[in-house]
Design a binder for this molecule. Sequence first.
Ligand code: FES
Length: 156
Amino acid sequence: MNGDNKSDFDKIVASIQDDMDKEAEAIFSKKVIEEFKHPHNIGRMKDPDSVAVITGSCGDTMEIFLKVKENKITDILFMTDGCGSSIACGSMVTRMVKGKAINDVKKITNINLIDALDGLPDENKHCAKLAVDTVQKGIKDYLDKNGGENYARRSR
Ligand code: FES
């Protein structure tokens, strides 16, 4: 392929990307697209205090890894094999949770997450539920394993 052909190829790819971006913008909020394109807190943690894995109604899986200290979520990572919206949800929910007290995180709902993303289409609302349910499972498992909130309050 010579330089001109490559340049033509690049133009075609850029044009397809542009069309896809316009399609996404017609469906999703700017925040969803931003969190999907540049996700925060994505990855697997080597030595977490709690790990939760849930497979949602759509068949996609969300994993959440938590580090807890003095009743606070000091670190959180997520991983998913799901859709773009699940990546946006994982990214945003981890940003909402990081640094917060466990008792405050327990109050976060999928509605809060959808609001933080400036909305989601109806067919993607379950992606927010998957992300929040997985965070809540990680917290519950942590508290169950460590003797409840009193342990979380006094230790680490
Ligand atoms: S998490 Fe399965 S479609 Fe979004």
